[in-house]
Design a protein around this ligand. Sequence first.
Ligand SMILES: *Cc1c(COP(=O)(O)O)cnc(C)c1O
Length: 393
Amino acid sequence: MIARMSDPVPTRAEIVVDLAAVRHNVRILKDLVSVDGPVQLMAVVKADGYGHGMVEVAAAARDAGADWLGVATIEEALTLRAAGDHGHLLCWLSAPGDDFAAAVAAGVELTAYSVAELEEIAAVGPARVQLKVDTGLSRGGASRSEWEHLFAVASDLERQGRITVTGIWSHFAASDEPAHPANDAQEAAFREALALADAAGLDPDVTHLANSAATLLRPSSHFDLVRCGIATYGLDPAPGTSPRVGLRPAMTVRARLVMSKVVRAGEGVSYGHTWYADEDTTVGVVPVGYGEGVPRAAGNTAHVWVDDSQRPIRGRVCMDQLVVELHGELPPTGTEVVLFGPGDLGEPTAQDWADAVDTISYEIVTRVGGRLTRRHVHTDTDTDTEDSVRTTR
Ligand SMILES: *Cc1c(COP(=O)(O)O)cnc(C)c1O
């Protein structure tokens, strides 16, 4: 998918998302969780599909067998409905003033964190609602001391026909660290919550706890459904720890050099001269910067792929551009630069960028955007052809 002659030349810089990789990843994850019985798969497509394009990723994930889609906000859920998605769809982060009625009318399942929220949803009902219990992340969800009250109210509302409790779920704090004691504690707490819900007369369709890391590392946490975000995009939720299951990164970010030149020995590069050439050095100017979501911390730390080798970014990343050290002859203007991609050719990956700037791959792919155009391709790796190319923004 990288640097293929068939690709239209981007005018400046672009994100290319391989939807065949998304489909491949969804199939791998589904197979993985189906080993010990039927477990449903939710593809998490919040935050514009982690920067990959929510609507396109959602369609690809459904196509590959995702049983559910998951998003944070009602607005995201309604966007999916407007784009023609009709399957099981859960959203989990409402804010005061949110349009519960629109969500319910669109068949979106809402998540209640509290009795107050549950009653607000029931007021626009009959609604399909999932209850979120806080088992130790200490973020959203009902605290342990509230569980019995929440379940009692939910059970009451269900008997009145005002809601249907379709799910009970929770979220891990440290599933990317499998030996972290929070994992066992949270799973035990979740089982306690499920027992209390059962005692209150609730019988949800699905119970779920696992994100991508727990999907790969903690089969005991799969319950009825797993919620996979980062793994859907082919990135490793727990680098160095996850088993290799053959996920394929879907995103490539590439640009074209707008200029190359020789910086003389002793000259400083970019704002603040945080890097000096110690000999005459060929450099190239890449027309992307923090305005495109490239981390400023990538200055002097990350690498890009030019002419079949990884080349270091020199000096500070600016708003619109960055400077990369090249070698040999001055390359022509328009030479392709890959910031990151699946890594197949040796180009850096989003994980390499995350390591370079001390963050996680999630942040790298989700923040990249700004003025970049995004193009979705379907690369069949067996035949290396694209069956469809379209620009989405
Ligand atoms: C974002 C999110 C996920 C997906 O997490 P990954 O680590 O990307 O798999 C799952 N569940 C909830 C509640 C989330 O907010």
